[in-house]
Design a protein around this ligand. Structure first.
Ligand SMILES: Nc1ncnc2c1ncn2[C@@H]1O[C@H](COP(=O)(O)OP(=O)(O)OP(=O)(O)O)[C@@H](O)[C@H]1O
Ligand SMILES: [Mg+2]
Length: 368
């Protein structure tokens, strides 16, 4: 049974449509990550679910009850805001206990539980510090502890790891998921970090300009992006424009801009239809010599960036398009120089074929 159902939620601020016709369900005990760039409506969505913001249209249903007239404090939901509003005159532990004690919980019991939660977020040693004595990341963890201590079954976390350094971020995200699963919590976790969303969400939802683009398991969204925007936002893809030239019951031949032909497994587009092919950069291989491959495109190497485990190559194809390939640093062609003639190859089953967008490819790729 779903814990939370959103039905056709819309919210406008003046001329800005912050949320547009949002409908989705979150199941009991599920960890849902909402992934979107800045200004895509993530905070507005969480605040709407929590009841802080009233939507212009639509409703939030919790356990089959319409929440429209239920005040924030009567919902079994805790919203942990993006900017951690801690009480500056209270110590860390008192900040964490504040909610439970003001709701009438026994002081000692509340402190004991708060201490356990502080251990979880690795701040037990700073229990007696004041917020001004903490780093940004520590303050964020206090805010998180305040949410966890409430005992609410549904947590709405707004960029809960945003102020942490990369290592702690990775460590804490696993902890967060573990805490949620062990305590049977339902979590909606907002982030703009795709690795974070992919690694901890049971499902992820991609939001763009207030509209849901896709919702599904990380694997499904990665393998079957529903549109060009998602294919580019979750992982990085190359996009090639073309027209279907031939099609049989198993494959299509696409004529790319400039005349090259490539084969794809897609059979959902008709002959003469304009399309865009998406190919993941990590599924694109680069060679400095001709190879026996179904699809080969030639061009000139214009960039090579060493990014630790991988090298990202950028190639200007003969038709002027730019295509990238990601190769493990310890494999791939050893001594490529900028300006070298290279070959890019990819398999027909790694081509995702999209309808050609009405407003053109570039508009589809815009993040903001
Ligand atoms: N109270 C408000 N008044 C006017 N406009 C608002 C208000 N709150 C949000 N907006 C606008 O709504 C849009 C969505 O904002 P929101 O804060 O939900 O984005 P976000 O996805 O959380 O972004 P970020 O990643 O930067 O936190 C933005 O264009 C923002 O300027
Ligand atoms: Mg926000």
């Amino acid at each position: 049974m779903p814990t939370i159902q959103l039905r056709n939620i819309s919210k406008r601020f003046g001329s800005i449509q912050a949320l547009e016709d949002i409908t989705f369900d979150v199941k009991n005990g599920e960890y849902l990550c909402i992934l979107g760039s800045t200004g895509s409506g993530k905070t507005t969505l969480l605040r709407t679910i929590s009841g802080i913001i009233k939507p212009d249209n639509g409703e939030v249903i919790s356990n089959e009850k319409n929440m429209s007239d239920v005040p924030v404090e009567d919902r079994d939901t805790v919203y942990v805001p993006q900017t951690y509003a801690l009480f500056p005159h209270l110590t860390v532990i008192d900040n964490v206990c504040f909610g439970p004690i003001s709701k009438g919980e026994d002081n000692d019991l509340a402190k004991k539980r708060a201490m356990e939660i502080l251990k979880l977020v690795k701040l037990d040693k700073r229990a007696e510090s004041y917020p001004s004595e903490l780093s940004g990341g520590m303050q964020q963890r206090v805010a998180l502890a305040r949410g966890l201590v409430s005992g609410a079954k549904m947590l709405l976390l707004d960029e809960p790891l945003g102020a942490l350094d990369a290592r702690l971020r990775i460590e804490l995200r696993t902890e967060l998921r573990r805490i949620a699963k062990e305590n049977g919590l339902t979590v909606i976790h907002v982030t703009h970090d795709q690795d974070e969303a992919m690694s901890i969400g049971d499902r992820i939802m991609i939001l763009r300009r207030g509209k849901v683009q896709q919702i599904g398991t990380p694997f499904h969204v990665y393998i079957r992006p529903q549109n060009i925007f998602v294919a580019n936002f979750v992982g990085h893809s190359n996009f090639l424009e073309g027209t279907v030239m031939k099609r049989n019951s198993k494959e299509s031949i696409i004529r790319l801009r400039g005349g090259n032909q490539v084969k794809t497994d897609d059979i959902s587009h008709a002959v003469e239809e304009p399309i865009v092919i998406g190919i993941r950069v990590e599924k694109t291989r680069i060679f400095d010599h001709p190879v026996d491959a179904v699809n080969t495109l030639r061009g000139e190497l214009i960039k090579a960036n060493f990014i630790g485990t991988f090298i990202r190559y950028e190639v200007k194809l003969d038709n002027g398009d730019i295509m990238a390939a990601l190769e493990p640093s310890d494999s791939g062609p050893a001594k490529l120089q900028l300006g070298d003639r290279v070959m890019l190859t990819f398999e027909p089953d790694h081509c995702i074929v999209f309808d050609y967008p009405t407003l053109g490819l570039n508009r589809e790729l815009e993040v903001f």
